[in-house]
Design a protein around this ligand. Structure first.
Ligand code: ADP
Length: 429
């Protein structure tokens, strides 16, 4: 499912960014081509103006000058002296050029009234006209026809500027940009592939955890449920004196299920961000003393020495949700008293540092192996030795971690000096 989503997202992001890239490139190409076409046209106009000025001022047009105008191969110039093409013109131009010049001369006469072959000087002043035309192959030409009256007659000139090389250049540029865009899209696709993978990872992880949570919860619910069901069927056939044994089993397993459901609902509330944390200034030492008093009797009944260590100086108040902090203390004390064997000790202590309050629950139990110190804060995780313990589901520490997280504090476990575990949690001061 995630593979398909990964592919779809990669395709979607590549398509969107690729389309934007294509549109932007096309716009740049359009502007650049337009600029080039305009520039070439302005160059053509300047060239023809220069030619016209030159020819007006010269009595003799030399072959070298004409050849220099046609040197770059884009220009074709033909001069008619009193309607007759100059001799060197006829020598210089092949049949293709001559056909072009004839086509241009015909257009100049038909559309603009420049009769360059007649030799009559019907215009008294210099005149010129620019127009465009295409040859049989479809190549575009810019044409300038000029009439220059002279003392002894009239000089006509036809200047053709071929757009063929410009067209080739534009085509080459388009290919270059197309390849560039293609390479860009390829790079974008690779980037999108890794980026979407990075985006999906937390969703995949959360889904994996959710599935694991459901599997563990079902597993935890199955055993009390089967005890309840078997006790109910046994109860039907049991002798009256055996009945209390089965009803007690049903009651205790139902209570266990109720507790598990309560814990799961608590975590579900945290996942849905439904937890209300009401932070109020709280005296942590009073809160710790109250909790200590609640657990004192239980510890004594288990032959565990429970003691409390509080600073002797008065402490500032801590801005926290007292009820929730008491819940964490209960989880930690519950665990400490459960995992510490009789004759051991549990110490509850509080210290105040510059930026934080540090609460510590230390016990002389079996301790927690290093490899499992981080894992015990995960849902339903229990250290191998406590898996058979029916009273523990492996949810307490992750509830504590969620509460601490909401208080922007930290919770961790270390080895207690002399064996056992040292659970710490800090709250911002
Ligand atoms: P549980 O309800 O099983 O105690 P927790 O989330 O509170 O769930 O604890 C997770 C696991 O961490 C426990 O199952 C136990 O194996 C281990 N653990 C927690 N506290 C202690 C402790 N004080 N000493 C030894 N092991 C502990």
């Amino acid at each position: 499912m995630f593979k398909k989503l990964h592919l779809q997202l990669t395709f979607f992001f590549t398509a969107v960014t690729g389309a934007i890239l294509i549109a932007m490139t096309a716009l740049c190409l359009y502007l650049s081509e337009n600029g080039m076409i305009q520039n070439n046209y302005v160059t053509f106009l300047n060239t023809t103006n220069t030619m016209m000025t030159y020819m007006t001022g010269q009595d003799i047009i030399t072959h070298e000058w004409l050849a220099s105008q046609e040197r770059d191969g884009n220009y074709l110039v033909s001069i008619y002296d009193n309607g007759v093409p100059l001799y060197m013109d006829r020598l210089a131009h092949g049949s293709e050029d001559s056909a072009l010049l004839e086509q241009a001369a015909a257009r100049a006469e038909e559309d603009y009234g420049f009769d360059i072959t007649s030799g009559s000087a019907d215009r008294r002043l210099s005149d010129s006209q620019n127009f465009s035309m295409k040859d049989e192959q479809g190549t575009r030409y810019e044409v300038c026809v000029m009439t220059l009256p002279k003392n002894d007659g009239v000089l006509h000139a036809l200047v053709l500027y071929s757009r063929a090389s410009e067209h080739t250049l534009l085509l080459r540029q388009r290919w270059f940009f197309a390849l560039l865009v293609l390479a860009g899209i390829l790079l974008l696709a690779i980037f999108c592939w890794f980026f979407t993978e990075y985006l999906i990872r937390p969703i995949e992880e959360s889904r994996r955890k959710q599935a694991q949570f459901i599997a563990s919860a079902s597993h935890e619910l199955r055993s009390p449920l089967s005890v309840v069901l078997s006790s109910v069927s046994a109860l039907k056939k049991a002798a009256p004196e055996d009945a209390p044994r089965f009803t007690e089993a049903i009651r205790s397993e139902s209570a266990r299920m109720a507790r598990l459901v309560d814990e799961m609902l608590t975590l579900a509330g945290s996942d849905a961000h439904n937890w209300q944390i009401k932070k109020v200034p709280t005296q942590l030492d009073t809160l710790i003393l109250d909790t200590y008093e609640k657990y004192e009797l239980l510890a004594r009944s288990q032959h565990i020495r429970l003691s409390v260590n509080l600073p002797e100086v008065p402490l500032p108040e801590c801005n926290c949700d007292g009820g929730r902090i008491e819940q964490i203390l209960s989880i930690l004390l519950d665990n400490a008293l459960s995992y510490t064997p009789g004759g051991g000790h549990v110490v509850l202590s509080l210290t105040h540092e510059t930026h934080r309050f540090l609460i510590r629950v230390s016990d002389s139990g079996p301790g927690i192996p290093d490899a499992q110190k981080a894992l015990i804060f995960e849902r339903f995780y229990r250290v191998q030795t406590s898996r058979t313990d029916k009273e523990h589901f492996g949810l307490g520490l992750c509830i504590a971690a969620e509460i601490i997280h909401l208080h922007r504090g930290r919770i961790w476990v270390e080895d207690a000096p002399g064996g056992g575990s040292d659970f710490f949690f800090s709250l911002p001061a």
